[in-house]
Every structure is written in structure tokens, then in C-alpha cells.
Design a protein around this ligand. Structure first.
Ligand code: OAD
Length: 228
């Protein structure tokens, strides 16, 4: 099977009803990043940070994967698919994708604020002050905040280097190191960028599809499946 690697971003889940970050009316117009998604915010006002992620988690439990997520899951019939997502939602998994790497953490997981290895799965939406891990320390969202390292990037790079086909979906490619993954894809392999604002990317063998994920992906996946 050919190795097909997908880098997804917030636009992937937009049609499920989850807001993107940098579009007009996006999350970072409504919230100040430093106040809700940084280690300093957590030190200064943990309740505000918990509230922010509790709202996101509650919403995630109410939405469903969209046609784009399902199309990527379908690809596994004929391709060895690895999804590398910047998204903290679990919609790829819920659509049936089996290899999903979360670069920026996971909303449905929380961890000790001291020992990063003490990770708990949430089965409800609300994380409260006073909820502790087995080391007695407060649980925090299992999210990579601004100013924190992105440990999974080291695992992601060789996966992209090894890809036979590379696909980028629903990301503004403005946040590093995630956006830098594009430069590790082989020069000669076919590449696709699906995003209503894809425009033109001047990269070898890159096809830009100015489409929403829920529209463009089912079409592209059908085409890719018919080629095997
Ligand atoms: P952005 O909000 O920066 O970009 C969203 C992209 O989705 C834009 O390029 C939109 O054009 C596109 N888009 C909107 N609707 C779409 C649709 N229906 N189908 C496909 N694409 C659509 O989000 P990211 O690039 O994912 O980090 O942002 C990267 C990181 O910045 C996030 O993971 C988050 C954020 O701050 C953390 O929280 C650590």
C-alpha cells in the first residue's frame, strides 16, 4: 500500500461546527491567546483557562465528524494512511481513522500539571479546580500551549519524509513547527492542499483545491481510490 500522509488543521472540523482560529470571526478574534492558551495564563487565572477548554470540550461532545473526516477514513481501504493533525478534537478517530497523531494535544485528555506522563481520558466535559492526578497535583488540559514545545514533531518529520502522497487540509499554515512539515515531503511526490483559501502554493507537484474539506475531500478521495 502507498503511504498517504495528511496534515490537517482547524478547517477540517469547521463543517462539523467547530470554529477555526484565524478566519474572520475565528477563535483568536474572540479570545486573547495569551489569556487562555499559555502557561502564564494557567499560572495567573487557571479558572479562566479551564472555562475556555470546558466550553470547547462540551461542544466537541455535541458535534459529529463531517464528510471530509469520513472520506479520509475511507482511504484506509486502499492506502496506508497516517493523519497528523493540529486539531485537539477527536473527530478523525470518531469517523474511523486509525492512525491519528495529535501535534497540539487532545481536548478529551487532561494531565497532571507537574508530571506530563500522568494522562487521564475525560468522559465528561467539565474539568474543575481541585480535580487532581494521582500525584496530588491539579489536572490541566492536555494541550500544547503557546510557548510550549511540540514534542510530537520529532515523530511527525520522518513520517512526512517517508510519504508517497502528502495532503494538507484546512490549515492556514501559519503556526510552526506544524507548517514546516510541508518542507519535509519528497520533492517528487504528489501533494494536495484543500482549503477554501488555498490560493496557489508554488511547491513542486502541488495541486491546490480551493474547496471546503467536506466537499473537496470526498471528491479527491474518490479519485485516489479509483487509481489503485
Ligand atoms: P487557522 O484558523 O489558522 O486556519 C484555518 C484554515 O481553515 C484557514 O486556512 C481556512 O481557510 C480554512 N478553512 C475554513 N473553513 C474550512 C473548511 N470548511 N474546509 C477546509 N478548510 C477550511 O487554523 P490552523 O491552521 O489549524 O493551536 O491553526 C493552527 C494552530 O493555531 C491550531 O492548532 C491552534 C491555533 O492556535 C493551538 O491551539 C496550539
Amino acid at each position: 500500500m502507498q503511504k498517504l500522509v495528511v496534515l490537517s488543521g482547524a478547517g477540517m472540523s469547521a463543517e462539523s461546527g467547530i470554529m477555526t482560529f484565524r478566519d474572520m470571526g475565528g477563535m483568536w478574534e474572540q479570545y486573547n491567546i495569551e489569556e487562555v492558551a499559555s502557561p502564564i495564563a494557567w499560572q495567573q487565572d487557571p479558572q479562566l483557562v479551564l472555562d475556555f477548554y470546558n466550553i470547547r470540550r462540551k461542544q466537541l461532545m455535541e458535534v459529529e465528524p463531517n464528510a471530509g473526516h469520513f472520506a479520509l477514513a475511507d482511504l484506509e481501504k486502499e492506502y496506508d494512511v497516517q493523519i497528523i493533525t493540529q486539531n485537539v478534537d477527536n473527530l478523525h478517530e470518531r469517523a474511523g481513522s486509525t492512525n491519528v497523531m495529535h501535534l497540539h494535544g487532545e481536548l478529551m485528555k487532561v494531565r497532571s500539571e507537574v508530571d506530563e506522563s500522568l494522562i487521564h481520558e475525560m468522559d465528561h466535559w467539565e474539568l474543575k479546580l481541585g480535580d487532581t492526578a494521582e500525584d496530588g497535583h491539579q489536572l490541566r488540559p492536555h494541550i500544547v500551549w503557546f510557548g510550549e514545545a511540540v514534542p510530537m514533531i520529532e515523530e511527525a518529520i520522518p513520517i512526512v519524509q517517508d510519504a508517497d502522497i502528502f495532503m494538507v487540509v484546512g490549515t492556514s499554515l501559519q503556526v510552526y513547527p506544524a507548517a514546516g512539515l510541508l518542507s519535509y515531503a519528497g520533492h517528487e511526490i504528489p501533494k494536495y492542499y484543500i482549503d477554501p483559501n488555498a490560493g496557489e502554493l508554488h511547491i513542486s507537484n502541488m495541486t491546490c483545491l480551493n474547496d471546503k474539506a467536506g466537499v473537496g475531500l470526498p471528491k479527491l478521495v474518490k479519485q485516489l481510490l479509483s487509481m489503485t
